[in-house]
Design a protein around this ligand. Structure first.
Ligand code: SF4
Length: 275
């Protein structure tokens, strides 16, 4: 004699199971996807242990790392996504005339550093020194950034990758305009995709606002992790701002220390360049 299960029994069983799953989820049992209360794009500033391949894979699958609006920007230039190395990307950009900054430049400032860097610094746009040399962050502000990297973090400038949102110098160092950002930003996004660093440091108000698409003051953004293309980004003050406001070097050093902790780097006992 078979014991036929009625649809009612089955429904009761399913409901019981659902209640049980909800209960253990609320209790935070590992292995179940917790319902996220984190805003899309934001990453909590919780202490992050050095990543293993497994934790990296888990982090990449986190539902709160939503693709940002910049994903669509890649399709602005057909063929851009086919550039599979930084050299190919530079070749793709060529002698660019895609925005009105082209006639203003002496050199297009693409980016420098380790093409497989774990850490990437992204600034605003080239200044006069950078335009003259074709390299980002080489003036006084650039020297301060180098000090932060080499004296503060204890690594070589060539160990990281450094670039800007905008590749050509705006006249009289004015802020880049929205149409110029829209034209140039796909190149930055492809650079990020190709370097695929573990962390990005966004330098200064303009760069951070341009890439995060928000207008929150940098003083409120700094010190907290954000997300860009699935990668953690730490906003902080621009080195040029620090030249005018040296008292805030300690804040930048605090932000850099957060990045170092996340990357599993030893923190020097003395604050390097910020002292
Ligand atoms: S700023 Fe960017 S988009 Fe404009 S001309 Fe230079 S490389 Fe091209």
């Amino acid at each position: 004699m078979g014991s036929a299960e009625s649809p009612l029994d089955r429904r009761t069983l399913v409901e019981s199971l659902r209640d049980y799953v909800e209960q253990i989820r609320e209790e935070g049992l590992e292995g179940l996807p917790a319902s996220s209360t984190v805003a899309p794009g934001a990453i909590a500033k919780a202490s992050a242990p050095p990543q293993t391949a497994r934790t990296q894979a888990v982090e990449a699958s986190k539902p709160d790392i939503a693709p940002g609006p910049a994903v669509e920007l890649i399709s602005k230039y057909p063929g851009l996504e086919k550039a599979s190395t930084l050299d190919e990307l530079r070749e793709f950009i060529g002698d660019c005339t895609r925005c009105k900054l082209a006639p203003c430049r002496t050199n297009l400032v693409f980016g420098v550093g380790n093409p497989s860097a774990q850490l990437m610094f992204v600034g605003e746009a080239p200044g006069a020194d950078e335009d003259a040399r074709g390299e980002p962050f080489v003036g006084r502000a650039g020297q301060l950034l180098t000090d932060i990297i080499e004296r503060g973090m204890g690594i070589s400038r060539s160990d990281v990758y450094i670039c800007n949102v905008i590749k050509c110098r705006p006249p009289d160092n004015r802020n880049p305009e929205p149409d110029e950002v829209a034209s140039c930003e796909p190149f930055l996004m492809r650079q990020i995709d190709l370097v695929r660093p573990r962390a990005i440091v966004g330098l200064g108000t303009f760069a951070v606002h341009a890439i995060l698409k928000i207008k929150t003051p940098i003083s409120k953004l700094r010190g907290n992790w954000h997300e860009l293309r699935g990668i953690r980004m730490m906003p902080t003050f621009h080195p040029a701002y620090l030249l005018r406001n040296p008292g805030d070097k300690r804040l930048v050093w605090a932000d850099i220390q957060e990045v170092m902790k996340y990357l599993g780097m030893p923190i020097p006992r003395r604050g390097g360049s910020s002292s």
